[in-house]
Design a protein around this ligand. Structure first.
Ligand SMILES: [Zn+2]
Length: 251
């Protein structure tokens, strides 16, 4: 029966590879997009700090102009005070000077406040930038890996696409439709190995009588629990050989 199922097993292997590759190609772009959106968000917060700094810088210019204007008023008053003749004029000018000095101190306070804020924002920016640069290396690496994985899956698809159709054509149509029915109801595996009387599909023991029939190999055996087609696994012999090889290598 193994020989009859061989075509199906080959088909199933190809279809599983195609399925895994297609699933991967659906999922991996989402992971790439997630990384890109993290990078965008981090760049966004850097830009936001830059904008805040620019806005603060913009507020400095008019204040500095006003400070200069005010200084001109003070300088002019200083020059005028020497030529004052009456007490009344003196008091008026003194009031003007006091106002200008008060204004000067106000503007200077405002400028200092702004500069203080700019300094803090620059520190924020430096902190964000440093952690971003460190994280970006990791994020870029992750993204590169994902893109490489996607390329690998594309290669798998390119290799297997078309092979499935060829294999389908070589399998007995009745067997193929049975395979498709089981595959659909089991979402994937339709043909599974039976190892030491245990179905590899559902991990349940099959009755000894059925196992004997399976070993005889003259008819198709379906697992009574999961309804998948069974074949006797020939792999153990191979595994034993491999294990022996490994053991020999160690020595
Ligand atoms: Zn089973």
């Amino acid at each position: 029966m193994k020989s009859l199922l061989e075509g199906l097993i080959a088909l199933q292997n190809v279809e599983l590879e195609i399925f895994k590759a297609e699933e991967g190609l659906k999922e991996l772009p989402k992971d790439v997009e997630e990384i890109e959106s993290i990078i965008r968000a981090r760049m966004g917060s850097l830009n936001a700090v830059d904008e805040e700094i620019a806005m603060l810088e913009e507020r400095k210019a008019p204040l500095e102009a006003e400070l200069k204007e005010n200084q001109e008023i003070l300088d002019a008053a200083d020059a005028r005070i020497k030529r004052i003749k009456t007490n009344k004029e003196y008091l008026a000018l003194q009031r003007e000077i006091d106002l200008a000095k008060k204004r000067k101190s106000d503007i200077e306070d405002q400028l200092l406040g702004i500069m203080d804020k700019i300094e803090k924002k620059l520190l924020d920016k430096e902190r964000i930038q440093k952690s971003f640069e460190a994280d970006k290396v990791i994020l870029d690496e992750k993204k590169e890996k994902l893109l490489a994985q996607m390329q690998d899956l594309q290669a798998v698809l390119a290799e297997y696409k078309g092979q499935d159709e060829k294999l389908r054509a070589s399998v007995d149509p009745a067997l193929l439709s049975k395979y498709d029915r089981i595959k659909q109801s089991k979402k994937g595996l339709a043909v599974v190995a039976c190892h030491h009387g245990v179905c590899r599909g559902c991990h349940m023991h099959i009755p000894p009588q059925l196992y004997n029939e399976l070993v005889r190999g003259d008819k198709m055996i379906i697992c009574p629990t999961c309804q998948r087609m069974l074949y006797i696994e020939s792999a153990p012999e191979k595994e034993k050989a491999e294990e022996k090889q490994k053991a020999e290598k160690k020595e």
